[in-house]
Design a protein around this ligand. Structure first.
Ligand code: SF4
Length: 295
């Protein structure tokens, strides 16, 4: 696919062996860290941790990105499909509850090959696709035998907000279709005996400071369409970075009152499968160091 890359809705149509597209990702898989991660949702991290692989580059490029060095500046190391397969197996050997692919979209085609190879070599734990939600339906469809748990963000309700912070005015419509495809592929939540998720969809809603209205519309939409067949994860951990000083309205953390307002609203909708965060989650220690560990 990446010889004329149209993996994501940016549809660059370029040959990544000789040119970089919007995501700045080269042809070869590039990753910045693989390790056990303990700060995902409880049914993903559990006690043993989630086996995260952080890929470099990103097709979204949000101004407030918390993984700026790897997403915007493409810090990372190029690795082969075989090495990615070995990384998956190493994480499984460390007792990871799952393989958690963070920002994987621009390597979706190679991930399919790496997971296939890893399964032949004994990979048994679920594979989590941890994405911005800015995905093409065809790409999601191609992952149906590879991914067990889809974990998309649903970032924006309004096109103008998506344009302003992610240069993606089509995000709301694209994300709705992509999430619908994910739920079609994985219509039920399946847990093991330890309450670890084995199959399903978790929709993450990161509350931006001052954007309670949009977050409410998103949760209302998600719950009215999918009810409790998906998990809704309400995230309060937004942290301003060195780029958000150009956007003073979001250059602060989310206020406790704003988050509580959203949580109350979602509970009043009747949603039962909801994760909420404690205030301490908005701490930079939840962002791991990108130092090529495990790569
Ligand atoms: S994955 Fe990258 S190169 Fe491919 S279409 Fe998307 S932004 Fe462009």
């Amino acid at each position: 696919m990446s010889s004329k890359c149209n993996l994501c809705p940016r549809n660059c149509g370029i040959d990544r062996r000789i040119q970089k597209g919007y995501c700045k990702a080269p042809h070869a898989i590039t990753a910045a860290r693989s390790s056990l991660h303990f700060w995902e949702e409880p049914c993903i991290s559990g006690v043993e941790g989630s086996g995260t692989v952080f890929f470099s580059g990103c097709s979204m490029g949000c101004v407030y990105c918390q993984n700026f060095d790897i997403a915007h500046q493409n810090f990372g190391k190029e690795i082969s499909i075989e090495r990615l397969c070995d990384i998956f197996l190493e994480l499984q050997n460390k007792k990871a509850n799952n393989i958690n692919l963070v920002t994987p979209t621009h390597y979706a085609d190679k991930i399919i090959e790496a997971v296939k190879l890893a399964k032949q070599k004994g990979l048994k734990i679920p594979v989590v696709y941890n994405t911005s939600g800015y995905e093409k339906e065809e790409t999601i469809e191609s992952l149906k035998d590879t991914v067990d748990i889809f974990m998309p963000d649903f970032k924006y309700w309004l096109s103008e907000t998506a344009k302003k912070y992610s240069n993606a005015p089509d995000y709301p419509e694209i994300a709705k279709k992509a999430i619908d495809k994910m739920v079609t592929l994985n219509p039920h939540l399946v847990f093991d005996k330890r309450a670890m998720l084995q199959k399903g969809v978790i929709i993450r809603i990161l509350l931006l400071p001052g954007f309670v209205y949009e977050a409410k519309r998103i949760t209302e939409y998600v719950y009215s369409k999918y009810g409790d067949s998906v998990i809704i994860s309400l995230m309060s951990q937004y942290t301003p970075n060195k780029n958000t000083d150009k956007f003073p309205e979001i250059n602060r953390k989310v206020r406790k009152k704003e988050y509580e307002n959203l949580v109350d609203y979602v509970i009043n909708l009747g949603a039962k499968n909801v994760y909420i965060q404690e205030g301490s989650s908005a701490d930079e220690s939840f962002i791991p160091p990108f130092n090529l560990e495990g790569i």
